[in-house]
Design a protein around this ligand. Structure first.
Ligand SMILES: *[C@@H]1O[C@H](CO)[C@@H](O)[C@H](O)[C@H]1NC(C)=O
Ligand SMILES: *[C@@H]1O[C@H](CO)[C@@H](O)[C@H](O)[C@H]1NC(C)=O
Length: 430
């Protein structure tokens, strides 16, 4: 895997723009005939520029990615300007209208409509994406991970605003390999329905294509930290294994699975009724909602009778998304799983599935006990919603994706990250 230093990145950018322009002039009248390494320099038009959102003139992404104080302070000033916020926000209506001409939409939003390498083409990926709001966030995520050989299922919450549903449906209609889930649900926070939304997408993805090798589940506020090529290489190096948090459940979380829960007025509530022990006395482990798993793992979720029993048992627990996948990962016979013995425990830091900055694990730079430094954005339910100041640290981590981003609050963080990934993807293709 080739990771570029920031200086190299800047140099490459300049070089590729100059060479790209020359090459474009030279090849102007040549027909485009699909993927071929000799054509790749002419891909420089696929880089993001001033015209694609946040103007580079007022916001220097290279400097932000290097954590330069001055650039970060400038970004902070921009973020509180109403004019700036207005200039970068994309309303749902834009997507509904712009997608009426799909080829123009794909072109103007610079979707990569051809595989950047044979290696990526030979290793298709499946994505389950669960969304309920923030269409712009979703669309920037989609274009960052989009590749024609991959397949994407989108679950839009049944409670979502009409405009959210219409805009996302319109976006998916522009791609043959992006589709809306066949059975959408109304998801209740902390309830089984969150897991079921993913399972419904998994079932569709499993049925529609036999090609994909690995599945990753995302929410609309995730964003990749790696290019598609880097993701493919990291997944191949797992050699069929899965990579997700799976650890012993701590005492303070046990109430989640010992008491019966029910949904009252759209909110989950604990009752005093005790639950029976898990089926087959399965050890219940703990993890998070986001996983990187092989096709075989998904087959087990859909077909293994032990897992069907676990599903039934999980339906009245609290936040099964934080134990269901982790528990399956330690079940003997599940492809890519590891043994239940605690020596095989994997933390969220070691798993590659998701980078999350939990507020409770943050601390000052010189603290030995903290897991990471303080959040540079803001917190929602104890999770850091990243700011531009988190980028330098973030791109050095091994995780494939990070959670959470919010283009309404910090569009610069997302913009600089997607710009960085696109440079890297095009540079690696050269
Ligand atoms: C952006 O920042 C980089 C890194 O500090 C610097 O080399 C470059 O000149 C800056 N670009 C602009 C347009 O200010
Ligand atoms: C709708 O999209 C078309 C191009 O597809 C564009 O020419 C037109 O200006 C858009 N209208 C509005 C109201 O945004």
């Amino acid at each position: 895997m080739r990771l570029l230093h920031r200086g190299q990145l800047q140099l490459l950018l300049t070089l590729s723009v100059v060479l790209g322009s020359l090459w474009m002039l030279y090849t102007l009248n040549w027909p485009r005939i699909g993927w071929s390494p000799t054509y790749s320099l002419s891909n420089s038009w696929l880089e993001y520029t001033d015209d694609d959102g946040v103007p580079e003139k007022v916001c220097n992404c290279s400097a932000i990615l290097q954590g330069e104080r001055e650039a970060l302070d400038q970004a902070k000033v921009l973020l509180i300007s109403k004019d700036f916020q207005k200039s970068v926000r994309i309303p749902d209506e834009y997507y509904i209208n712009a997608t009426q001409d799909c080829s123009e939409f794909r072109l103007s939003r610079k979707y990569l409509m051809f595989p950047l390498s044979q290696e990526e083409e030979d290793f298709p990926l499946a994505y389950s994406i669960v969304v309920h709001h923030k269409v712009q966030n979703f669309e920037q995520l989609l274009r960052a991970i989009y590749a024609p050989q991959n397949i994407y299922c989108v679950h839009v919450d049944k409670k979502s605003d009409v405009s959210v549903f219409a805009a996302i449906k319109a976006i998916t209609s522009c791609f043959p390999n992006v589709f809306m889930v066949s059975k959408p649900l109304s998801v209740v926070y902390g309830h089984w329905s969150r897991v079921q939304a993913d399972i419904n997408c998994m079932a569709d993805l499993y049925k529609i294509s036999t090609e994909w090798k690995y599945l990753m589940n995302l929410c609309g506020q995730d964003f990749p930290l790696k290019t598609n090529l880097e993701i493919v290489r990291m997944l191949r190096s797992l050699r069929g294994g899965n990579s997700l948090e799976s650890e012993q459940m701590t005492e303070d979380k046990k109430w989640r699975v010992t008491n019966v829960h029910q949904v009252v007025d759209g909110k989950i509530q604990r009752t005093n009724k005790k639950k029976g022990s898990p089926p087959f006395n399965l050890p219940i482990l703990t993890g998070n909602a986001y996983i990187v798993v092989s096709r075989g793992y998904i087959r087990s979720v859909l077909e293994d009778n032990r897992i069907h029993a676990l599903i039934k048992w999980s339906k009245d627990t609290y936040s099964p998304d934080e134990f269901f996948w982790a528990t399956i990962q330690r079940m003997p016979g599940v492809p890519g799983s590891t043994r239940p013995n605690r020596k095989y425990d994997l933390t969220d830091i070691h798993a590659i599935a998701r980078l999350v900055k939990w507020q409770g694990h943050e601390g000052p730079q010189d603290s030995l006990q903290s897991v990471y430094t303080e959040c540079h954005g803001h917190h929602v339910r104890g999770i850091c919603v990243y700011g531009a100041g988190d980028l330098q640290w973030m791109v050095e981590q091994h995780h494939l994706f990070a959670n959470k981003f919010d283009t309404d609050r910090d569009p610069i963080a997302v913009y600089c990250l997607e710009k960085y990934l696109r440079y890297k993807a095009l540079a690696d293709a050269d």
